[in-house]
Design a protein around this ligand. Structure first.
Ligand SMILES: Cc1ncc(COP(=O)(O)O)c(C=O)c1O
Length: 432
């Protein structure tokens, strides 16, 4: 029996951290309002709560227009339709992200082109984008991943130079700002998710924001079965579907949006505390701060684990040990999408992968993105944002658990643990 909980010792913490999502009287009152109104659907379009929420959400992110949709995946898909992505076009995406960034590119029968991430941020590496541009490239789809922004200065510069559109995947960046500009407001459109784990949530849901009225109109039409938009200035028609958000969900989002700034400030303070206490841990690396991020929107706290500075104990063992100490965290949080078991792309389903080629593009074997693979399989450790919503003691417990595991790392050497296997296998079943 060792000192660590994973080897039979006493866990450092048994008390649960803050649960997520948080439901308050404000959500209950908003839900009751919808219930009694009997206007439950997203039609007539859009409902009162969805309209109010979308306007406020866009304003918070310094954008002119906002539109609720039913998932974050649809938000990206609608944005790609709005910028006119055509079958066979190429869209540059980061390799290290949730599969939901990339799926919408395939759904509009376009071709995702994977580019590696910057090891300082784990976001799309802007220095590698130009090498991936071909005559078919039409757009860049950066993700503001985890707790950092993709380098929007560089991305916008490259996009302007090559006449490309930019859609920001902001599924992790609610309330985030880059040089004072809201996430999603810098590219042509920004796409957000309100799925359960996100910084504000309605269980499922999404939103698109933009400064361009024509894009807004196309999104509104696309997600409302092809009907005219609210303003219908451009009278463009595209075939659309029912991707509307219901009023119950919009009402819950309205209540949560009010709390977002306060919760963001608490997370930020707690994360600073964590960083100040981890400075001397040799086996832990912190993501590089970027002063251009003027408002931090941390979907997760992301750090690096260096096995070579921890007696070569693999990350899976480190993460499993922390979990058993009572601190939830994840190592294999995302995989490079092209390698993921959740991305069994079959060219028969996506004909553009075959057009003009002897053999269809095999997205699963044609890429090797070393930084993404390193982050996914060896280095990155993700802590859920709600661990940082509690008192100082919660942060101190996380730090103490990390130190406890590192000080007793010897106990993990050569461990073939069930807990480790579970940790590795859990990903496909996990909620996004
Ligand atoms: C980076 C990223 N992009 C896109 C999505 C897709 O959002 P949704 O699950 O709401 O469809 C998610 C989240 O799940 C995500 O984390």
């Amino acid at each position: 029996m060792g000192k660590l909980a994973i080897t039979g010792g006493k866990p450092l913490r048994t008390k649960p951290f803050t649960q997520w999502p948080i439901a308050t009287k404000a959500e209950a009152a908003a839900l009751k309002d919808v219930l009694q109104s009997t206007r439950w659907g997203g039609q007539p379009f859009p409902g009162k709560h969805a309209r109010e929420f979308a306007d406020k959400f866009a304003r918070l992110h310094t954008a002119k227009y906002g539109q609720c949709v039913n998932t974050g995946t649809v938000a990206i898909q609608a944005a790609l339709k709005a910028i006119g992505i055509q079958p066979g076009d190429e869209v540059i995406v980061p390799a290290y992200t949730w599969e939901g960034t990339v799926g919408p590119v395939l759904l509009v029968n376009a071709i995702p082109v994977f580019v590696d991430v910057d090891p300082d941020t784990y976001c799309l590496d802007a220095r590698l984008i130009e090498k991936a541009i071909t005559p078919k490239t039409r757009a860049i789809l950066p993700v503001h991943l985890g707790m950092r922004f993709a380098d929007m200065d560089e991305i916008l510069r490259i996009a302007a130079k090559h006449n490309l559109k930019v859609v920001e995947d902001c599924a992790h960046a609610h309330g985030g700002k880059w040089k004072g500009k809201g996430a999603g407001s810098m590219g042509d459109l920004g796409a957000f998710s309100f799925q359960t784990s996100k910084l504000i949530t309605s269980g499922e849901g999404g939103a698109v924001i933009t400064n361009n009225l024509e894009y807004l109109e196309l999104v509104q039409s696309y997600i409302n079965a092809g009907r005219a938009s609210l303003t219908d200035q451009f009278k463009k028609r595209i075939i659309g579907f029912n991707y509307r958000l219901g009023e119950f969900q919009a009402a819950v989002l309205g209540a949560q949006l009010k709390r977002l700034p306060k919760e963001g400030a608490i997370r930020q303070k707690n994360m600073k505390r964590l960083e100040s206490k981890l400075k001397n841990a040799e086996a832990i690396g912190l993501l590089k701060p970027d002063p251009r991020i003027t408002s931090l929107a941390p979907y997760g706290y992301v750090m690096k684990y260096f096995a070579d500075k921890a007696k070569d104990v693999p990350r899976a063992a480190f993460v499993a040990a922390l979990q058993l100490e009572g601190v939830h965290c994840d190592g294999l949080f995302y995989e490079p999408v092209y390698k993921s078991s959740l991305f069994p792309v079959d060219p028969t389903d996506f004909p553009a992968l075959s057009w003009g080629r002897e053999k269809p593009l095999d997205l699963r074997s044609m890429y090797s993105c070393p930084q993404s693979e390193k982050a996914a399989y060896h280095e990155a450790v993700w802590f859920p944002h709600q661990h940082f919503l509690g008192p100082n003691k919660d942060v101190d417990d996380i730090v103490d658990a990390i130190h406890k595991v590192l000080e007793n790392i010897e106990e993990l050497r050569g461990l073939d643990h069930k807990a480790i296997r579970n940790q590795r296998l859990g990903r496909a079943d996990r909620e996004s």
